[in-house]
Design a protein around this ligand. Sequence first.
Ligand SMILES: Nc1nc2c(c(=O)[nH]1)N[C@H]1C(S)=C(S)[C@@H](COP(=O)(O)O)O[C@H]1N2
Ligand SMILES: [Mo]
Length: 536
Amino acid sequence: MIESPVSPTSENVSQGATISTRSTSAPRRYGAVAGLVSGALAVTIGMLVARIIDVVSPIDAVGSEFIDRVPPWLKERAIQWFGTNDKLALRVGIISVLAIAALVVGVLAARWLMAGIVGIAGFGLIGMLAAVHRPGESLAAALPPLIGAALGIPLLIKLIRPTAPAKVTMPGPSRVPLGWDRRRFLVSTGSAAAGAALAGGIAQLLESRRVQSIRRAIPDSLPPISTPTGTPTSLVPADSTLSPVTSFITPNESFYRIDTALSFPNVSLSSWKVDINGLVDKPLTLTYDDLLARPQVERIVTLCCVSNEVGGEYISTASFRGVLLADLLREAGVKPGAEQVFSTSLDGWTSGFPVSVALDGRDAMIALGMNGEALPLEHGFPARLVVPGLYGYVSATKWLRTIKLTTWDAEEGYWVPRGWAREAPVKTQSRIDVPRDGERVAAGAARIAGVAWAQHRGISKVEVRIDDGAWQPARLGTDVTDDAWREWVLDWDAKPGKYTIQVRATDKTGATQTEEVAPPDPDGATGYHTRMVKVA
Ligand SMILES: Nc1nc2c(c(=O)[nH]1)N[C@H]1C(S)=C(S)[C@@H](COP(=O)(O)O)O[C@H]1N2
Ligand SMILES: [Mo]
């Protein structure tokens, strides 16, 4: 067995001898390189073919299947560790696992070629199964991983076992082992690696073109609401920004983003429509223009994620514009027995909330606009649901596709079988934004400020406690709407020392948020937000 091509043994330094099968295989460490390069080519060709035939990328398909199956505790960990970079972390994780697997496959292949073939074929098969299983994907989605593996396997064979050695006969003894030629190997792996880089680069380019073309279809502005319904839009008051760090309205660019989508779903505005069906008298199908032509409202709503830890950032406020869901449901005619408003997205995500919530007078809507613009792609263009008072995971379907009136038994929203509560009204909560945790506050006139929320119930009181002192009522910002957060501030004559500051909110039903500490899982975190500061 050749250990190194530069220290040939007499066995493989031959003169015109026939090549033994053993000596034609690459040394093991070259096998690792061969595995890596073949794996990379298989994956990048798969990505490229996926872009060309416009189906899900094999990597994204595997990643999405992973997300769908990941146990809730691991999902929580990932959000804690990586925050909204959790998707990047997943991609890096998948690529690392694949790279290690490819190295192992290559090393094995140097000894048993069959192991390499089976290895790459296995990964191709996983990619194919994942891709065809993705919602909305056809059998064509199996082609990219198939073609990737179909190219990766012969490449691996070629690299491990060059069939045509440079020279079969040589005059005089040679130090170059026959059958195994390091230079040939380097040239082949180099060109294959370059090919993989090129394929990956083009795939990436095509993906950004795809996203660009969806973005180009987003209207620059929406026509003004011609026939407003309901109470007039509450205006954002000039003094609404009590907090120096948190603006009452969150700009679209800084609005938190949470979803399971590894890449944006294909949105074609011209063919997009939303179906309202299920337990209704008359199913409705509405295009983007149909929705825009309907009576609409503009409402300020605070959206928050159930995964938000106490004091967390997964909460934002925007002025959403759209068609009231209740109007549409009344037109469709909700049949008795309908319990759940179950919605699906273009990317196969689902959520569901009680029919009674949709019809109790709150401004649940199919939103088309956000802060005076069309809905950004990140937040669900062309349309999404916004339901004041409920956590996003049970209600706020982005890239909306269908709304089905159904029973609780018939359908479960995406996160429900994954251990999250079926019904999830937003819990009364509050957050300290200034001072920051661990901040050194200058002695003298200081202020403690933040936000409090109890969507659809409204905030009536916010109190602050410094160390073991009494709860002091904070000054509240303008009561813009019960559906949004409320800003608060407490002037504080800060004396030198170390302090623990806590906040608690009371909603308009008179209920004060609970002190009991609970994790986000299964229906929202509780406890008082607490910050430690030093005054000097
Ligand atoms: N299609 C789709 N819609 C979705 C989700 C998702 O994963 N996919 N996540 C939901 C969750 S958990 C939340 S908190 C909100 C977040 O909306 P945002 O990203 O616009 O802030 O969207 C909801 N809508
Ligand atoms: Mo969420």
